[in-house]
Design a protein around this ligand. Sequence first.
Ligand code: SAH
Length: 480
Amino acid sequence: MLLTITTTQSPATDLGYLLAKHPGRAQRFSLSFGAAHVVYPVAQDDRCTAALILDLDPIELVRGRQSDSGSEGLLDQYVNDRPYVASSLLCTAISRVFGGAMNGVSRDRPELAATAIPLEAHLPVLPCRGGEPFLRGLFEPLGYEVVAERLPLDERFPEWGNSVYFAVTLRRVCRLSELLTQLYVLLPVLDDDKHYWVGVDELEKLLAKGAGWLDGHPARDRIVERYLKRDKRLVRQAISRLEAEEAPDAPALEVASEEDEHRLESQLAAAAPGEKPKRLNDLRTEALVAEVRQRRARSVIDVGCGDGKLLAALLKERTIDRLAGTDVSWRSLDVAARRLRLDTLSESQRERVSLFQSSLTYRDARFAGFDLACAVEVVEHLDAERLPAFEHVLFAEARPATVLLTTPNREYNALFEGLPEGRMRHKDHRFEWSRAEFEAWASGVAERHGYSVTFTGIGAADPGLGAPTQMAVFTNGGAS
Ligand code: SAH
Protein backbone atom coordinates (compact mmCIF):
# COMPACT_ATOMS: atom_id res chain seq x y z
CA MET A 1 0.00 0.00 0.00
CA LEU A 2 1.58 3.18 -1.16
CA LEU A 3 1.07 6.92 -1.32
CA THR A 4 3.61 9.29 -2.81
CA ILE A 5 3.62 13.04 -2.45
CA THR A 6 5.63 15.18 -4.81
CA THR A 7 6.37 18.86 -5.05
CA THR A 8 8.24 20.82 -7.69
CA GLN A 9 8.45 24.00 -5.66
CA SER A 10 12.16 24.79 -5.39
CA PRO A 11 13.92 23.98 -3.13
CA ALA A 12 11.74 20.89 -3.38
CA THR A 13 13.59 19.06 -0.62
CA ASP A 14 11.91 21.45 1.81
CA LEU A 15 9.12 18.90 1.58
CA GLY A 16 11.21 17.05 4.17
CA TYR A 17 10.76 19.97 6.57
CA LEU A 18 7.04 20.16 5.91
CA LEU A 19 6.57 16.46 6.57
CA ALA A 20 9.12 16.56 9.40
CA LYS A 21 10.83 13.54 7.83
CA HIS A 22 14.40 13.89 6.61
CA PRO A 23 14.80 13.10 2.87
CA GLY A 24 18.11 11.40 3.45
CA ARG A 25 16.87 8.81 5.89
CA ALA A 26 14.46 5.91 5.65
CA GLN A 27 12.19 5.82 8.68
CA ARG A 28 9.92 3.20 10.13
CA PHE A 29 6.88 3.73 12.38
CA SER A 30 5.01 1.01 14.25
CA LEU A 31 1.27 1.00 13.98
CA SER A 32 -1.20 -1.28 15.68
CA PHE A 33 -1.86 -3.10 12.40
CA GLY A 34 1.66 -3.20 10.94
CA ALA A 35 4.36 -0.70 10.07
CA ALA A 36 4.66 2.49 8.02
CA HIS A 37 7.83 3.48 6.20
CA VAL A 38 8.76 6.85 4.79
CA VAL A 39 11.38 7.03 2.05
CA TYR A 40 12.20 9.61 -0.63
CA PRO A 41 12.63 8.01 -4.06
CA VAL A 42 13.43 11.46 -5.49
CA ALA A 43 15.06 14.29 -3.55
CA GLN A 44 16.29 16.99 -5.91
CA ASP A 45 16.15 20.74 -5.77
CA ASP A 46 13.46 20.92 -8.47
CA ARG A 47 11.53 17.79 -7.56
CA CYS A 48 11.10 15.84 -4.38
CA THR A 49 8.90 12.81 -3.72
CA ALA A 50 8.11 11.30 -0.35
CA ALA A 51 6.64 7.79 -0.26
CA LEU A 52 4.53 6.44 2.57
CA ILE A 53 4.51 2.67 2.43
CA LEU A 54 2.29 0.58 4.62
CA ASP A 55 3.30 -2.87 5.52
CA LEU A 56 0.25 -4.45 7.08
CA ASP A 57 0.07 -7.50 9.20
CA PRO A 58 -3.11 -9.30 8.09
CA ILE A 59 -3.33 -11.24 11.33
CA GLU A 60 -3.13 -8.13 13.49
CA LEU A 61 -5.69 -6.60 11.20
CA VAL A 62 -8.17 -9.36 11.83
CA ARG A 63 -7.57 -9.15 15.56
CA GLY A 64 -8.30 -5.44 15.41
CA ARG A 65 -11.47 -6.15 13.44
CA GLN A 66 -13.03 -8.66 15.75
CA SER A 67 -15.98 -6.49 16.68
CA ASP A 68 -16.46 -5.51 13.06
CA SER A 69 -16.63 -8.96 11.54
CA GLY A 70 -20.29 -9.72 12.12
CA SER A 71 -21.50 -10.20 8.58
CA GLU A 72 -18.29 -11.36 7.00
CA GLY A 73 -17.27 -14.95 6.54
CA LEU A 74 -14.25 -16.27 8.37
CA LEU A 75 -12.36 -16.62 5.13
CA ASP A 76 -12.97 -13.02 4.25
CA GLN A 77 -11.35 -12.04 7.50
CA TYR A 78 -8.06 -13.52 6.37
CA VAL A 79 -8.26 -13.23 2.61
CA ASN A 80 -9.04 -9.65 1.83
CA ASP A 81 -7.59 -6.79 -0.11
CA ARG A 82 -6.75 -4.70 2.92
CA PRO A 83 -2.98 -5.15 2.89
CA TYR A 84 -2.69 -4.14 -0.75
CA VAL A 85 -4.88 -1.12 -1.25
CA ALA A 86 -5.06 2.42 -0.03
CA SER A 87 -7.86 2.68 2.46
CA SER A 88 -8.73 4.11 5.81
CA LEU A 89 -5.69 2.30 7.21
CA LEU A 90 -3.59 4.54 5.06
CA CYS A 91 -5.41 7.49 6.58
CA THR A 92 -4.62 6.29 10.05
CA ALA A 93 -0.99 6.13 8.95
CA ILE A 94 -1.18 9.62 7.40
CA SER A 95 -2.39 11.05 10.66
CA ARG A 96 0.16 9.11 12.73
CA VAL A 97 3.16 9.81 10.52
CA PHE A 98 2.25 13.16 8.91
CA GLY A 99 -0.08 14.48 11.64
CA GLY A 100 1.76 17.76 12.11
CA ALA A 101 1.84 18.45 8.37
CA MET A 102 -1.85 17.60 8.08
CA ASN A 103 -2.56 20.18 10.77
CA GLY A 104 -0.47 22.77 8.95
CA VAL A 105 2.25 22.78 11.61
CA SER A 106 5.91 23.05 10.61
CA ARG A 107 8.61 23.95 13.11
CA ASP A 108 11.22 24.73 10.47
CA ARG A 109 9.16 26.09 7.57
CA PRO A 110 5.98 27.62 9.04
CA GLU A 111 5.57 30.05 6.14
CA LEU A 112 5.92 27.34 3.56
CA ALA A 113 3.32 25.28 5.42
CA ALA A 114 0.92 28.20 4.99
CA THR A 115 1.74 28.62 1.29
CA ALA A 116 0.04 27.00 -1.69
CA ILE A 117 2.66 25.01 -3.60
CA PRO A 118 2.40 22.64 -6.57
CA LEU A 119 1.65 19.20 -5.16
CA GLU A 120 0.97 15.81 -6.61
CA ALA A 121 -0.33 12.75 -4.78
CA HIS A 122 -0.10 9.37 -6.44
CA LEU A 123 -1.92 6.25 -5.30
CA PRO A 124 -1.07 3.26 -7.48
CA VAL A 125 -3.91 1.10 -6.14
CA LEU A 126 -6.95 3.02 -4.99
CA PRO A 127 -10.32 1.33 -4.59
CA CYS A 128 -13.00 3.59 -6.06
CA ARG A 129 -16.44 2.28 -5.33
CA GLY A 130 -18.61 4.45 -7.54
CA GLY A 131 -16.01 4.43 -10.32
CA GLU A 132 -14.24 7.22 -12.08
CA PRO A 133 -17.18 9.67 -12.10
CA PHE A 134 -17.43 9.44 -8.34
CA LEU A 135 -13.66 9.84 -7.96
CA ARG A 136 -13.72 12.93 -10.16
CA GLY A 137 -16.82 14.24 -8.39
CA LEU A 138 -14.92 14.15 -5.10
CA PHE A 139 -11.68 15.81 -6.13
CA GLU A 140 -12.41 18.03 -9.13
CA PRO A 141 -14.75 20.43 -7.29
CA LEU A 142 -11.88 21.04 -4.86
CA GLY A 143 -9.64 22.11 -7.73
CA TYR A 144 -7.65 18.92 -8.31
CA GLU A 145 -6.56 17.71 -11.69
CA VAL A 146 -7.41 14.00 -11.65
CA VAL A 147 -5.65 11.37 -13.74
CA ALA A 148 -7.19 7.94 -13.27
CA GLU A 149 -6.36 4.66 -14.89
CA ARG A 150 -8.55 1.69 -14.18
CA LEU A 151 -6.68 -1.44 -13.23
CA PRO A 152 -7.64 -4.77 -14.78
CA LEU A 153 -8.81 -7.52 -12.46
CA ASP A 154 -5.81 -9.59 -13.46
CA GLU A 155 -3.21 -8.39 -15.93
CA ARG A 156 -2.70 -11.91 -17.25
CA PHE A 157 -6.39 -12.23 -18.13
CA PRO A 158 -7.58 -8.96 -19.60
CA GLU A 159 -10.83 -10.66 -20.65
CA TRP A 160 -11.84 -10.81 -16.97
CA GLY A 161 -12.49 -7.11 -17.18
CA ASN A 162 -11.76 -4.29 -14.77
CA SER A 163 -11.44 -4.18 -11.02
CA VAL A 164 -12.69 -1.45 -8.70
CA TYR A 165 -9.08 -0.28 -8.41
CA PHE A 166 -7.55 2.71 -10.09
CA ALA A 167 -4.08 4.14 -10.34
CA VAL A 168 -4.75 7.75 -9.43
CA THR A 169 -2.76 10.94 -9.63
CA LEU A 170 -4.10 14.12 -8.08
CA ARG A 171 -2.50 17.49 -8.79
CA ARG A 172 -3.24 20.81 -7.23
CA VAL A 173 -1.54 23.97 -6.11
CA CYS A 174 -2.47 24.15 -2.46
CA ARG A 175 -1.13 23.93 1.06
CA LEU A 176 0.25 20.53 1.99
CA SER A 177 -2.16 20.45 4.94
CA GLU A 178 -5.12 20.79 2.56
CA LEU A 179 -3.94 17.91 0.41
CA LEU A 180 -3.35 15.63 3.39
CA THR A 181 -6.63 16.55 5.08
CA GLN A 182 -8.66 15.99 1.93
CA LEU A 183 -6.97 12.65 1.29
CA TYR A 184 -7.61 11.75 4.90
CA VAL A 185 -11.35 12.34 4.53
CA LEU A 186 -11.89 11.24 0.94
CA LEU A 187 -9.84 8.03 0.63
CA PRO A 188 -12.09 6.08 2.99
CA VAL A 189 -15.10 7.62 1.26
CA LEU A 190 -13.87 6.14 -2.04
CA ASP A 191 -13.06 2.84 -0.46
CA ASP A 192 -16.39 2.83 1.38
CA ASP A 193 -15.18 0.28 3.89
CA LYS A 194 -13.77 1.81 7.01
CA HIS A 195 -11.87 -0.59 9.17
CA TYR A 196 -13.33 0.64 12.42
CA TRP A 197 -16.72 1.45 13.84
CA VAL A 198 -17.80 5.00 13.58
CA GLY A 199 -19.07 6.95 16.54
CA VAL A 200 -19.45 10.51 17.65
CA ASP A 201 -15.66 10.91 17.57
CA GLU A 202 -15.71 10.24 13.86
CA LEU A 203 -18.41 12.81 13.35
CA GLU A 204 -16.37 15.42 15.22
CA LYS A 205 -13.30 14.44 13.23
CA LEU A 206 -15.17 14.76 9.95
CA LEU A 207 -16.50 18.20 10.83
CA ALA A 208 -13.08 19.36 12.02
CA LYS A 209 -11.24 18.01 8.98
CA GLY A 210 -13.96 19.18 6.62
CA ALA A 211 -13.89 22.75 7.92
CA GLY A 212 -13.80 25.23 5.07
CA TRP A 213 -14.40 22.84 2.18
CA LEU A 214 -16.96 20.17 3.02
CA ASP A 215 -20.04 22.33 3.61
CA GLY A 216 -20.08 23.71 0.07
CA HIS A 217 -18.94 20.49 -1.65
CA PRO A 218 -21.46 19.29 -4.26
CA ALA A 219 -21.02 15.67 -3.08
CA ARG A 220 -21.26 16.68 0.56
CA ASP A 221 -24.06 14.35 1.54
CA ARG A 222 -22.50 11.29 -0.06
CA ILE A 223 -19.19 12.09 1.58
CA VAL A 224 -20.86 12.37 4.96
CA GLU A 225 -22.91 9.20 4.45
CA ARG A 226 -20.00 7.08 3.42
CA TYR A 227 -17.58 8.54 5.93
CA LEU A 228 -19.98 7.83 8.76
CA LYS A 229 -20.78 4.38 7.38
CA ARG A 230 -24.39 5.39 6.78
CA ASP A 231 -25.09 5.61 10.50
CA LYS A 232 -28.34 7.50 10.08
CA ARG A 233 -28.24 9.38 13.34
CA LEU A 234 -24.67 10.54 12.87
CA VAL A 235 -25.22 11.43 9.23
CA ARG A 236 -28.25 13.54 10.05
CA GLN A 237 -26.42 15.28 12.84
CA ALA A 238 -23.40 15.99 10.65
CA ILE A 239 -25.51 17.38 7.84
CA SER A 240 -27.57 19.58 10.08
CA ARG A 241 -24.40 20.98 11.64
CA LEU A 242 -22.85 21.59 8.24
CA GLU A 243 -26.03 23.30 7.12
CA ALA A 244 -26.15 25.48 10.18
CA GLU A 245 -22.60 26.57 9.39
CA GLU A 246 -23.57 27.22 5.82
CA ALA A 247 -26.70 29.24 6.55
CA PRO A 248 -25.78 32.86 5.95
CA ASP A 249 -28.36 34.11 8.39
CA ALA A 250 -27.75 31.59 11.16
CA PRO A 251 -28.31 33.23 14.52
CA ALA A 252 -25.14 34.59 16.08
CA LEU A 253 -25.90 32.89 19.35
CA GLU A 254 -24.32 29.45 19.58
CA VAL A 255 -27.19 27.35 20.78
CA ALA A 256 -28.16 23.78 21.39
CA SER A 257 -27.72 21.18 18.66
CA GLU A 258 -30.46 18.89 17.44
CA GLU A 259 -29.17 16.12 19.63
CA ASP A 260 -29.36 18.43 22.61
CA GLU A 261 -32.92 19.25 21.68
CA HIS A 262 -33.83 15.58 21.71
CA ARG A 263 -31.91 15.03 24.92
CA LEU A 264 -33.63 18.00 26.49
CA GLU A 265 -37.01 16.94 25.32
CA SER A 266 -36.60 13.36 26.47
CA GLN A 267 -36.16 14.70 30.00
CA LEU A 268 -39.88 15.18 29.86
CA ALA A 269 -40.77 11.79 31.17
CA ALA A 270 -44.51 12.19 31.21
CA ALA A 271 -44.89 8.54 32.03
CA ALA A 272 -47.59 6.78 33.94
CA PRO A 273 -46.14 4.36 36.51
CA GLY A 274 -44.77 1.28 34.78
CA GLU A 275 -44.93 2.91 31.36
CA LYS A 276 -41.99 3.93 29.24
CA PRO A 277 -41.47 7.68 29.26
CA LYS A 278 -42.56 9.32 26.04
CA ARG A 279 -40.54 11.81 24.13
CA LEU A 280 -42.06 15.19 23.53
CA ASN A 281 -41.88 14.54 19.82
CA ASP A 282 -44.13 11.48 20.19
CA LEU A 283 -46.48 13.37 22.47
CA ARG A 284 -46.82 16.04 19.80
CA THR A 285 -47.59 13.47 17.14
CA GLU A 286 -50.25 11.90 19.35
CA ALA A 287 -51.82 15.26 20.15
CA LEU A 288 -51.92 16.24 16.49
CA VAL A 289 -53.38 12.94 15.31
CA ALA A 290 -56.08 13.24 18.00
CA GLU A 291 -56.87 16.77 16.87
CA VAL A 292 -57.04 15.73 13.20
CA ARG A 293 -59.43 12.91 14.14
CA GLN A 294 -61.61 15.18 16.17
CA ARG A 295 -61.87 17.64 13.27
CA ARG A 296 -62.75 14.78 10.91
CA ALA A 297 -60.38 16.19 8.35
CA ARG A 298 -60.39 14.22 5.07
CA SER A 299 -57.44 16.00 3.50
CA VAL A 300 -54.37 17.10 5.42
CA ILE A 301 -51.16 18.90 4.52
CA ASP A 302 -48.13 18.94 6.82
CA VAL A 303 -46.10 22.05 6.04
CA GLY A 304 -42.45 21.89 7.10
CA CYS A 305 -42.99 18.14 7.45
CA GLY A 306 -39.31 17.43 8.15
CA ASP A 307 -38.55 13.74 8.08
CA GLY A 308 -42.20 12.74 7.93
CA LYS A 309 -42.93 11.28 11.37
CA LEU A 310 -46.32 12.94 11.60
CA LEU A 311 -47.15 11.97 8.02
CA ALA A 312 -46.37 8.34 8.81
CA ALA A 313 -48.81 8.47 11.73
CA LEU A 314 -51.48 10.21 9.67
CA LEU A 315 -51.14 7.71 6.85
CA LYS A 316 -52.58 5.12 9.21
CA GLU A 317 -55.75 7.16 9.65
CA ARG A 318 -58.29 5.54 7.35
CA THR A 319 -60.56 8.58 7.31
CA ILE A 320 -57.92 10.70 5.58
CA ASP A 321 -58.11 10.25 1.86
CA ARG A 322 -55.56 12.83 0.82
CA LEU A 323 -52.30 13.56 2.61
CA ALA A 324 -49.44 15.82 1.55
CA GLY A 325 -46.13 16.82 3.05
CA THR A 326 -43.94 19.70 2.02
CA ASP A 327 -40.60 21.01 3.17
CA VAL A 328 -37.92 23.32 1.89
CA SER A 329 -35.28 20.67 2.50
CA TRP A 330 -34.85 18.01 -0.17
CA ARG A 331 -32.91 15.97 2.29
CA SER A 332 -35.77 15.89 4.77
CA LEU A 333 -38.16 14.94 1.98
CA ASP A 334 -35.88 12.13 0.99
CA VAL A 335 -35.92 10.77 4.54
CA ALA A 336 -39.70 11.22 4.65
CA ALA A 337 -40.12 9.31 1.37
CA ARG A 338 -38.13 6.44 2.80
CA ARG A 339 -39.99 6.50 6.07
CA LEU A 340 -43.32 6.35 4.21
CA ARG A 341 -41.91 3.69 1.87
CA LEU A 342 -43.38 5.60 -1.02
CA ASP A 343 -41.75 3.26 -3.51
CA THR A 344 -43.45 0.17 -2.10
CA LEU A 345 -46.93 1.53 -1.43
CA SER A 346 -49.82 0.00 -3.30
CA GLU A 347 -51.35 2.01 -6.13
CA SER A 348 -54.30 3.15 -4.03
CA GLN A 349 -52.11 4.11 -1.07
CA ARG A 350 -49.76 5.90 -3.42
CA GLU A 351 -52.58 8.09 -4.62
CA ARG A 352 -53.38 9.14 -1.08
CA VAL A 353 -50.04 10.67 -0.28
CA SER A 354 -47.69 13.14 -1.95
CA LEU A 355 -44.51 14.95 -1.02
CA PHE A 356 -43.23 18.10 -2.64
CA GLN A 357 -40.50 20.63 -2.12
CA SER A 358 -41.42 24.24 -1.55
CA SER A 359 -40.84 27.19 0.71
CA LEU A 360 -43.58 28.37 3.03
CA THR A 361 -42.72 32.00 2.50
CA TYR A 362 -43.66 31.89 -1.21
CA ARG A 363 -47.11 31.40 -2.73
CA ASP A 364 -47.67 27.92 -4.02
CA ALA A 365 -51.00 26.71 -5.42
CA ARG A 366 -50.22 23.22 -4.14
CA PHE A 367 -50.79 24.38 -0.54
CA ALA A 368 -54.49 24.95 -1.27
CA GLY A 369 -57.41 22.53 -1.24
CA PHE A 370 -56.86 20.83 2.13
CA ASP A 371 -59.28 20.68 5.07
CA LEU A 372 -56.48 20.94 7.57
CA ALA A 373 -52.85 22.08 7.68
CA CYS A 374 -50.27 21.19 10.33
CA ALA A 375 -47.26 23.45 10.92
CA VAL A 376 -45.40 21.61 13.64
CA GLU A 377 -42.32 23.27 15.14
CA VAL A 378 -41.80 25.28 11.97
CA VAL A 379 -42.48 28.99 12.61
CA GLU A 380 -39.52 29.31 14.95
CA HIS A 381 -37.28 28.28 12.02
CA LEU A 382 -38.41 31.25 9.94
CA ASP A 383 -36.76 34.64 10.23
CA ALA A 384 -39.10 36.94 12.11
CA GLU A 385 -39.32 39.31 9.12
CA ARG A 386 -40.57 36.41 6.96
CA LEU A 387 -43.50 35.67 9.28
CA PRO A 388 -45.93 38.00 7.44
CA ALA A 389 -45.13 36.17 4.19
CA PHE A 390 -45.77 32.81 5.87
CA GLU A 391 -49.01 34.15 7.34
CA HIS A 392 -50.17 35.34 3.94
CA VAL A 393 -49.30 32.10 2.15
CA LEU A 394 -51.06 29.89 4.67
CA PHE A 395 -53.97 31.97 5.97
CA ALA A 396 -54.79 34.25 3.03
CA GLU A 397 -53.92 32.00 0.06
CA ALA A 398 -54.16 28.35 1.09
CA ARG A 399 -56.93 28.92 3.68
CA PRO A 400 -57.55 25.45 5.09
CA ALA A 401 -60.57 25.24 7.43
CA THR A 402 -58.24 24.27 10.29
CA VAL A 403 -54.59 25.04 11.03
CA LEU A 404 -52.76 23.25 13.84
CA LEU A 405 -49.61 25.16 14.66
CA THR A 406 -47.08 24.29 17.36
CA THR A 407 -43.97 26.04 18.67
CA PRO A 408 -41.77 25.78 21.79
CA ASN A 409 -42.87 27.57 24.93
CA ARG A 410 -39.77 29.52 25.90
CA GLU A 411 -40.85 29.88 29.53
CA TYR A 412 -40.53 26.13 29.95
CA ASN A 413 -36.83 26.22 28.98
CA ALA A 414 -35.94 27.05 32.58
CA LEU A 415 -36.87 23.47 33.46
CA PHE A 416 -34.48 21.85 31.01
CA GLU A 417 -31.35 20.70 32.73
CA GLY A 418 -28.24 21.62 30.82
CA LEU A 419 -29.83 24.41 28.81
CA PRO A 420 -28.09 27.60 29.90
CA GLU A 421 -30.36 30.54 30.53
CA GLY A 422 -31.12 32.57 27.44
CA ARG A 423 -30.25 29.75 25.06
CA MET A 424 -32.72 28.29 22.60
CA ARG A 425 -33.53 24.62 22.23
CA HIS A 426 -32.14 24.30 18.73
CA LYS A 427 -29.37 25.93 16.75
CA ASP A 428 -31.65 26.81 13.86
CA HIS A 429 -34.40 28.44 15.94
CA ARG A 430 -34.66 32.12 15.07
CA PHE A 431 -36.72 32.85 18.17
CA GLU A 432 -38.70 31.06 20.84
CA TRP A 433 -41.88 32.62 22.15
CA SER A 434 -43.36 32.90 25.61
CA ARG A 435 -47.03 31.96 25.83
CA ALA A 436 -48.05 35.62 25.78
CA GLU A 437 -45.93 36.34 22.69
CA PHE A 438 -47.28 33.35 20.80
CA GLU A 439 -50.85 34.15 21.72
CA ALA A 440 -50.45 37.75 20.64
CA TRP A 441 -49.05 36.73 17.25
CA ALA A 442 -51.59 33.98 16.65
CA SER A 443 -54.55 36.12 17.71
CA GLY A 444 -53.41 38.81 15.28
CA VAL A 445 -53.19 36.24 12.47
CA ALA A 446 -56.67 34.91 13.27
CA GLU A 447 -58.15 38.36 13.33
CA ARG A 448 -56.55 39.48 10.08
CA HIS A 449 -57.78 36.42 8.19
CA GLY A 450 -61.17 35.62 9.68
CA TYR A 451 -60.19 32.64 11.82
CA SER A 452 -60.86 31.96 15.46
CA VAL A 453 -58.07 30.52 17.58
CA THR A 454 -57.72 28.51 20.79
CA PHE A 455 -54.55 27.52 22.65
CA THR A 456 -53.43 24.33 24.36
CA GLY A 457 -50.22 22.84 25.67
CA ILE A 458 -48.52 19.56 24.75
CA GLY A 459 -46.45 17.62 27.29
CA ALA A 460 -46.75 17.70 31.08
CA ALA A 461 -47.42 21.29 32.11
CA ASP A 462 -45.65 23.09 34.92
CA PRO A 463 -48.13 25.08 37.03
CA GLY A 464 -46.17 28.32 36.61
CA LEU A 465 -44.34 27.89 33.31
CA GLY A 466 -46.85 25.98 31.24
CA ALA A 467 -46.29 23.02 28.89
CA PRO A 468 -43.09 22.49 26.88
CA THR A 469 -44.89 22.82 23.54
CA GLN A 470 -47.67 25.28 22.80
CA MET A 471 -50.30 24.71 20.13
CA ALA A 472 -52.72 27.08 18.43
CA VAL A 473 -55.81 25.64 16.76
CA PHE A 474 -57.14 28.01 14.09
CA THR A 475 -60.55 27.41 12.53
CA ASN A 476 -62.52 29.37 9.98
CA GLY A 477 -65.69 27.33 10.03
CA GLY A 478 -64.97 26.00 6.57
CA ALA A 479 -65.35 29.42 4.88
CA SER A 480 -62.70 30.12 2.29
N1 SAH B 1 -42.55 19.32 11.43
C1 SAH B 1 -41.37 18.52 11.63
C2 SAH B 1 -40.07 19.28 11.40
C3 SAH B 1 -39.81 20.44 12.29
S1 SAH B 1 -38.20 21.16 12.01
C4 SAH B 1 -41.37 17.92 13.02
O1 SAH B 1 -42.15 18.32 13.85
O2 SAH B 1 -40.58 17.03 13.27
C5 SAH B 1 -38.59 22.51 10.93
C6 SAH B 1 -38.76 22.12 9.51
O3 SAH B 1 -39.16 23.28 8.79
C7 SAH B 1 -37.50 21.62 8.86
O4 SAH B 1 -37.75 20.39 8.24
C8 SAH B 1 -37.15 22.70 7.86
O5 SAH B 1 -36.55 22.19 6.68
C9 SAH B 1 -38.51 23.28 7.55
N2 SAH B 1 -38.46 24.65 7.06
C10 SAH B 1 -37.72 25.68 7.53
N3 SAH B 1 -37.92 26.78 6.80
C11 SAH B 1 -38.85 26.45 5.85
C12 SAH B 1 -39.47 27.16 4.78
N4 SAH B 1 -39.21 28.44 4.56
N5 SAH B 1 -40.35 26.48 4.01
C13 SAH B 1 -40.62 25.17 4.23
N6 SAH B 1 -40.05 24.47 5.22
C14 SAH B 1 -39.19 25.08 6.02
